[in-house]
Ligand binder design. Structure first.
Ligand SMILES: Nc1ncnc2c1ncn2[C@@H]1O[C@H](COP(=O)(O)OP(=O)(O)OP(=O)(O)O)[C@@H](O)[C@H]1O
Ligand SMILES: [Mg+2]
Length: 235
C-alpha cells in the first residue's frame, strides 16, 4: 500500500491522484508494493525507497513532471553499462528506473570520520577507474559529493547517470582525483604536482592508461599519507 504522502512523489510536482494511482498500479506489476521513504528530490527526478513483493527493498527514480527531459531511457541504458560501479538496474520505463538500493553514506561523510583516509581515497579513485574501463563518462564528478557513496558493506557506488554517456576516453579518474584532493582533502598544492600525470592519463588511450593509473595511485598514496606541515615541503 502506498502512503499518500509518498504517492505524491510519483507525479511530482504536478500531483493528480489519477496520475499517481495509474503509476502505482503499473509499478505493482513490477512487484513494487509501496514506498517507505523519500531518498532524494533533485532537479529532474525524485528518488524513493520502495518495498518489493519478494520482501526486499529497492530505489525508484521517477522523472519529475516538470523535467526538461522527456524520459529516463537513455539514463537507464548508461546506468546498466556502468554496473557494478553503479547500482544494479532491475527495470526501466519512460518515467522510472527501478534499481538496487544503495545503503550507506556519502563518501565525504565517511572520509571526514576516517582516521586513515588513504584506503577510502584509493577505493573512490578505483571506482572511477572501473567506470573508465567500462567506457562510461559520468560528467558530474567534479563536484561529486552527492554522487559517491560508501555502502554499509564497504563498496563505493557512484549514482546519477543523468549527464553520463558512453565514451572512448572517459575522465572519471581525473575528475574524482581532482575533486578529492582539492575540495575534500584541501591538498591543492599536491594536486597541482599531479597535473602532468592526470593530463597524461586523460590523453592516453585505454591500452596505455593502466600504467599511468598505477603511477597515479602511488603518487596519490604518497601525498595523502604525508603528515600535514613541514614534511610536505621536503619533496
Ligand atoms: N540507488 C539508490 N539508492 C539509494 N539512494 C539513491 C539511489 N539513487 C539515488 N539515491 C538518492 O537520491 C538522491 C538523488 O538521486 P539522483 O542524483 O539520481 O537524482 P537527480 O534528480 O538526478 O538529482 P540532481 O538533480 O540533484 O542531480 C541521491 O543523491 C541519493 O541520495
Ligand atoms: Mg542528477
Amino acid at each position: 500500500m502506498w502512503r499518500s504522502d509518498l504517492l505524491y512523489y510519483l507525479c511530482y510536482p504536478s500531483f493528480s491522484r489519477s496520475c499517481a494511482e495509474e503509476r502505482a498500479s503499473e509499478l505493482a506489476g513490477l512487484g513494487v508494493l509501496g514506498a517507505t521513504r523519500l531518498l532524494g528530490k533533485g532537479h529532474s527526478s525524485t528518488v524513493l525507497e520502495v518495498s518489493l513483493a519478494g520482501g526486499g527493498r529497492a530505489a525508484l527514480k521517477v522523472l519529475r513532471t516538470d523535467s526538461k527531459r522527456s524520459d529516463l531511457l537513455a539514463e537507464c541504458e548508461v546506468l546498466g553499462r556502468a554496473y557494478p560501479v553503479s547500482p544494479r538496474v532491475a527495470s526501466c520505463g519512460r518515467y522510472y528506473i527501478l534499481m538496487e538500493l544503495v545503503e550507506g553514506v556519502p563518501v565525504v561523510e565517511a572520509l571526514s570520520r576516517a582516521e586513515s583516509k588513504l584506503p577510502l581515497v584509493l577505493k573512490v579513485i578505483s571506482a572511477g577507474r572501473g567506470l573508465d574501463i567500462l567506457g562510461v563518462d559520468h560528467r558530474e564528478l567534479s563536484r561529486a559529493q552527492k554522487h559517491v557513496f560508501l555502502t554499509v558493506d564497504g563498496r563505493v557506488k557512484i549514482l546519477d547517470y543523468e549527464s553520463a554517456s558512453p565514451s572512448e576516453r572517459p575522465r572519471n579518474v581525473c575528475r574524482l582525483t581532482s575533486w578529492l584532493l582539492s575540495r575534500v582533502l584541501h591538498l591543492e598544492r599536491e594536486l597541482r604536482e599531479l597535473a602532468g600525470l592526470l593530463r597524461e592519463y586523460k590523453r592516453a588511450d585505454e591500452g596505455e592508461r593502466r600504467d599511468v593509473f598505477r603511477e597515479l595511485v602511488e603518487r596519490v598514496a604518497m601525498v595523502v599519507e604525508l603528515p600535514p606541515g613541514p614534511a610536505r615541503n621536503l619533496s
